[in-house]
Design a binder for this molecule. Structure first.
Ligand SMILES: C[S@@+](CC[C@H](N)C(=O)[O-])C[C@H]1O[C@@H](n2cnc3c(N)ncnc32)[C@H](O)[C@@H]1O
Length: 320
């Protein structure tokens, strides 16, 4: 791998998405063609990949089936950084949540217990905010900023809705801190004047796109043998099952038959479980498999993944 430094200043996403590819950009993006006409991310999540290919492609289309997520990305794209921050701070003050960025840590120190950050201080206000968010009729842009605040304060900063579409994450340790503001700034700077679209849909919509040979499709779906919050059957979207996996692979077959190049992120094995559907599909089509190395850079990431003994790969239908 030659271009390690290319990703030192990568564009960050303010959505701390489970399974996001921010730490793996320098291994994944160099596998893509150097010049892309239209880049399509079929399951974009926090858009960490799409945001970082905008210099090597004319147009980026980020698709996801999670409507509030797509509306939030659209809002972040549309609104100015100042207006996002001032609306977020207005929400934080009206629900009496911690604001370590403006007020410092010492104000909240008496409430911090062990490793729980600002959980105790924020629990009450956070739950009121979540109820308000779930029960109020807010205009889309405003609702998205409420969601951004909820995500900054919730457990693990994860995005999860129940089957009735209600946001249901419990309070977490963090707040709308310097790190999330820095990511928001990076996102706003990175997408300035760039042709990037966020699109709410099932991934299969790509079959309806008029694609040409210089277009490129990336996909990072939920993993069949993993249990991220967005795989869960209690969530708003149907669980990621073998049926979904087959449907995705059929869609990728459709693209391949049209001569469209794609890259698919996935895990082939984890803690003794194997994704045999995927393995058979790779063998049948003779696709290339590139292993992703966790120890590539971040040592903490390495530790977590070495323990879980998983094989993460990127599958390509072209020679790179
Ligand atoms: C592993 S995450 C993607 C993470 C992303 N690559 C990132 O770096 O943030 C998988 C995503 O697939 C989305 N998804 C699940 N089912 C989908 C479907 N049928 N169509 C499109 N997106 C789907 C989920 O909402 C989730 O955002």
């Amino acid at each position: 791998m030659t271009n390690i430094n290319l990703f030192d200043n990568y564009i960050k996403t303010p959505l701390n998405y489970t399974g996001n590819k921010s730490r793996l950009l320098e291994q994944i993006i160099p596998l893509f063609p150097k010049k892309i006409n239209r880049f399509i991310d079929m399951c974009c999540g926090g858009a960490s990949i799409g945001l970082n290919v905008i210099n090597q492609s004319q147009e980026v289309v980020c698709i996801d089936i999670n409507r509030p997520l797509i509306e939030l990305l659209q809002t972040l794209q549309l609104f100015s950084e100042n207006s996002i921050i001032s609306k977020a701070e207005e929400i934080i003050y009206s629900f009496n949540l911690s604001d370590t960025f403006n007020k410092g840590y010492s104000v909240y120190k008496p409430y911090v217990e062990g490793n729980n950050g600002f959980k105790k201080y924020n629990k009450n206000g956070y739950e009121k905010l979540r109820t308000f968010f779930n029960s109020s009729q807010l205009e889309t842009g405003e609702k998205s900023i409420y969601l951004l605040v909820l995500l900054s304060f919730c457990f693990n900063n994860d995005i999860r809705f129940n089957s009735s579409g209600k946001f249901n994450m419990p309070v977490g340790k963090t707040d709308f801190n310097a790190s999330i503001r820095e990511k928001l700034h990076s996102f706003k700077q990175g997408i300035k004047n760039k042709n990037i679209k966020f699109y709410f849909s099932d991934f299969s919509v790509v079959k309806e796109f008029e694609l040409s040979e210089n277009d490129f499709v990336y996909c990072d779906p939920p993993y069949l043998i993993s249990n991220a919050v967005y795989n869960n059957s209690n969530c708003q979207h149907s669980a990621w099952t073998e049926y979904q996996e087959e449907r995705l692979l059929d869609t990728l077959d459709f693209l391949s038959q049209k001569g469209i190049r794609f890259a698919l992120s996935n895990i082939l094995s984890k803690e003794g479980a194997n994704n045999t559907i995927l393995q058979k599909w790779i063998e049948k089509n003779n696709f290339s498999v590139v292993d992703i190395e966790y120890h590539y850079r971040s040592s903490s990431y390495h530790k977590i993944n070495r323990k879980s003994n998983e094989r993460e790969v990127v599958i390509l239908n072209y020679d790179n």
